[in-house]
Design a protein around this ligand. Structure first.
Ligand code: DQA
Length: 149
């Protein structure tokens, strides 16, 4: 049997409008683009021995399908469902199928913002939630998952 450890896989899902990071309300979400965030995560993943797969969609169904597809194929999941955080039972139900740590992440502190952002449909089923640290939150999430898997 090979002595090489199998590479751990973590899927990072970015929800709607996060493809506009850098241009979108930079005072709230910062100036870093999604591509830069993904590259940082891939680099950190290499250091941690984790293969990082990233995915962004503006469509609820595509996010649901990506989560379903990850079943049994990844050891951890990081998700910023963006606006779907506050509305999507479909994404919540899909996440319930995943038998791996799930970290919910938000760039902004959703609890300091409008009341409709205070409710997360996935907070009670996620392993943990990170909110308000900007892009640092993504590295924190990956480091945390690395210690869990
Ligand atoms: C967000 C917060 C959500 O309320 C918002 O709809 C987003 C981004 C965040 O990362 O802070 O699109 O998830």
């Amino acid at each position: 049997m090979s002595k090489r450890k199998t590479l751990r896989k973590v899927l990072v899902i970015h929800g709607p409008n996060l493809n506009m990071l850098g241009k979108r309300e930079p005072d709230i979400y910062g100036k870093t683009t999604l591509d830069e965030i993904n590259k940082k995560l891939e680099k950190l993943g290499k250091k941690l021995g984790i293969a990082v797969d990233t995915f962004q969609s503006n469509h609820e169904g595509s996010i649901v399908e990506k989560i379903q597809d990850a079943m049994g194929k990844c050891q951890g999941l990081i998700i910023n469902p963006a606006a779907y955080t506050h509305t999507s039972i479909a994404i919540r139900d899909a996440l319930l199928i995943i038998d791996a740590p799930i970290i919910e992440i938000h760039l902004s502190n959703i609890y300091k913002r409008e009341a409709f952002r205070h409710k997360s449909m996935i907070a009670d089923i996620a392993t943990a939630q990170i909110a308000g640290f900007g892009i640092l939150g993504y590295s924190m999430a990956l480091e945390a998952i690395a210690t869990m898997i």
